[in-house]
Write a protein that binds this ligand. Structure first.
Ligand SMILES: [Ca+2]
Ligand SMILES: [Ca+2]
Ligand SMILES: [Ca+2]
Length: 136
């Protein structure tokens, strides 16, 4: 029995190593961005991966406010809005959803995240939809 516990510890240690190494690998990639709303204890977060046009919006605080994201194509007419409500709730859209969710490649997009109760807490960023891009 003791031997089984020891082996389990080795497996756990290995798994923990993998879990803690993963975010480092993700941060090293280009074309991945994160932004929070501007309130002191942020109530909203957006994550964008240019690869696959992955957009995740999360309501990360029980503050009575839902989170809105508006995406605007500064080079064209694309983009969309999405809303998520409820603490720890997230919504995801990606290119494979089709239509306006398939953002134009190599275009510059403005991401505007804000809270339903107070738009002054919004934040804005401009990101290239390109794995080698960045801010634009
Ligand atoms: Ca893309
Ligand atoms: Ca909230
Ligand atoms: Ca696309």
């Amino acid at each position: 029995m003791k031997k089984v516990i020891a082996n389990t510890s080795v497996v756990l240690a290995t798994l923990l190593t993998i879990v803690f190494m993963a975010p480092t690998a993700a941060q090293a990639d280009d074309g991945r961005f994160t932004m929070y709303t501007d309130d002191a204890n942020p109530g909203g977060r957006v994550v964008f991966h240019a690869d696959g046009d992955y957009v995740q919006v999360c309501d990360i605080e029980a503050d009575g406010s839902s989170v809105w994201l508006r995406i605007t194509d500064l080079d064209g007419s694309g983009g969309y809005s999405m809303n998520v409500a409820g603490n720890d709730e997230c919504k995801v859209h990606r290119a494979s959803d089709g239509g306006s969710y398939d953002l134009e490649e190599y275009s510059c997009f403005e991401f505007n995240i804000y809270l339903s109760r107070e738009t002054a807490f919004g934040d804005l960023a401009r990101w290239f939809n390109s794995s080698t891009g960045g801010n634009c």
